[in-house]
Design a protein around this ligand. Structure first.
Ligand code: AHQ
Length: 247
């Protein structure tokens, strides 16, 4: 096949998915800060800094998903996508198992010793984290809903990072009460469900090589968002941070 033709011919569905999965090497599981976090090498203030900053990301996911819904004209797709908002904001009586992932993240924060008041006031959120997360929400507001859906496919790689925390933290960070880890446990099946839906949307939307290449670029954009969040967090919480500045 000549070069021009090979550049325009769409990849097979399997090849396309393999190329999406091939971006795993850029996932934030490989970021130096995450490597130290999951090896138990971080001090409590550094773990608290990570939890407090990731709360900004978690708290904005429902608005990101609501932006996807707002741009989506397909009721059947909206009926599936809306579950993501309820998974985070809670459902029914909002108690216990129905409180939602954001509440579970608040439990994690409390278990690390963060004051809920400071968490919810976003007191510790670093500028680089805020900019990265806001870029994600703004992308979802302005992009076609299918492209915003594709950007959530970083969760292709999420089950492993949650499993690493659940496997390691109880012994690495015994000072964190294990009930604080409930969020990670809850997220694994939800991430797998959401990835199946996201891949369905990607396969249906990316009918041309150009859209397939665009999907890879969108995934890279979101991988950069997660990576740059950890850059900002690592910079904010060096090992020698003065006690009075520690969260
Ligand atoms: O807790 C996470 C979460 O709720 C989501 C939603 C999803 C999205 O819509 O982009 N991505 C995502 C992720 C969560 N946790 C991250 C982690 O490392 O704990 C992973 C992240 C992702 O891979 O995108």
């Amino acid at each position: 096949m000549n070069d021009r033709l090979s550049l325009e011919t769409p990849w097979s569905a399997d090849e396309f998915e393999a190329r999406l999965r091939g971006r795993e090497s850029r996932y934030h599981i490989h970021h130096p800060f995450n490597l130290r976090l999951n090896r138990g090498e971080l001090a409590p203030f550094q773990v608290r800094g990570w939890v407090a900053n990731r709360f900004y990301y978690q708290s904005r996911i429902p608005q990101k998903d609501a932006a996807v819904l707002a741009n989506c004209g397909d009721r059947a797709e909206r009926r599936r996508w809306i579950e993501r908002i309820l998974d985070h904001d809670g459902r029914g009586d909002f108690r216990n198992g129905h409180a939602g992932g954001i509440e579970a993240w608040c439990q994690l924060a409390t278990a690390t010793g963060l004051a809920r008041r400071d968490l919810e006031a976003m007191r510790h959120v670093q500028p680089g984290v805020r900019f990265a997360v806001d870029a994600y929400v703004n992308f979802a507001r302005s992009a076609p809903w299918e492209e915003a859906a594709i950007s959530s496919l970083t969760e292709l790689f999420a089950p492993k990072i949650h499993a690493d925390r659940l496997a390691g933290w109880p012994s690495l960070y015994p000072w964190i009460a294990t009930e604080g880890l409930a969020y990670f446990r809850s997220r694994i099946p939800l991430a797998s469900r959401d990835v199946e839906h996201g891949l369905e949307i990607a396969r249906r939307w990316c009918t041309t090589r150009e859209r397939q290449e665009r999907a890879i670029a969108i995934l890279d954009f979101k991988l950069d968002i997660l990576w740059s969040m950890l850059d900002a967090i690592a910079l904010a919480y060096p090992d020698d941070l003065a006690k009075e500045a520690q969260p």
